[in-house]
Design a protein around this ligand. Structure first.
Ligand SMILES: [Zn+2]
Length: 229
């Protein structure tokens, strides 16, 4: 995806925070992009949100709703900022040659995403593991990879797969395992499932798929993480 330069300032700031860490080269530089005046400020989203308010029987001109269309517009651009993150820039300089071939596990990574069917949040925690093949990635990058794909319209299955595929492609490890557990407000609020129902998805690649022992080790790590027993 080509780098978007005309993002609104608040979205550009978010994208920069995901792509770079404080103190990294380029963090300050990239904030200098020209603020978007065209896409962001054409008023189309505001008009659409206002129309929704009218259609559900509300009065968009009452005090509490006056600023709502603008706030909703701003919110959606923030919640979908992941579309603008450049994954290569995110991992830039954070892949290291290391002679280590044991499982690396990062768990309890909180994430927030939007269900593409209802535009309602689903949120929970992610666990990401891989077995290096000569290359490791800086630990702080993994939650950023999760966030990059979470800040989009998603289904949980695809989000899980995209995180796994990204690591597989960039690190060429011996294997990758990703497990996501999430609550979907579209299910909970609408009463389709019992409140509190958690959906679990997993993606296992390489050794995590082909070797029972590896998969068992990964899931054993996750068991220990869960304080519910
Ligand atoms: Zn939904």
């Amino acid at each position: 995806m080509p780098r978007t330069t005309n993002l609104p300032d608040h979205v550009r700031k978010l994208v920069d925070e995901i792509e770079t860490e404080i103190g990294e080269d380029g963090a300050a530089l990239s904030i200098q992009g020209t603020p978007a005046e065209d896409d962001a400020a054409n008023g189309r989203v505001e008009a659409a949100v206002r129309q929704i308010l009218v259609e559900i029987g509300e009065d968009p001109d009452r005090q509490g709703l006056l600023g709502t269309p603008e706030r909703v517009h701003r919110m959606y651009t923030e919640l979908t900022a992941g579309y603008h993150v450049d994954p290569d820039r995110l991992i830039n300089g954070a892949i290291f040659d290391v002679d280590y071939s044991e499982m690396v596990v990062v768990k309890d990574i909180p994430f927030y995403s939007l269900c593409e069917h209802h535009l309602l949040p689903f949120f929970g925690s992610a666990a990401v593991a891989y077995i290096p093949r000569g290359k490791v990635i800086g630990l702080s990058k993994i939650p950023r990879i999760v966030e990059t794909y979470a800040r989009r319209l998603q289904v949980q299955e695809r989000l899980t797969q995209q995180i796994a595929d990204f690591l597989m492609n960039k690190l060429a490890p011996q294997g990758v395992g990703v497990v996501l557990e999430a609550t979907h407000l579209c299910a909970v609020m609408r009463g389709v499932r019992k409140p509190g129902t958690i959906m679990t998805t997993s993606s296992v690649l390489g050794l995590f798929r082909s070797r029972d022992r590896t998969r068992a080790e990964f899931f054993a790590h996750l068991e220990r993480a869960a304080p519910r027993a």
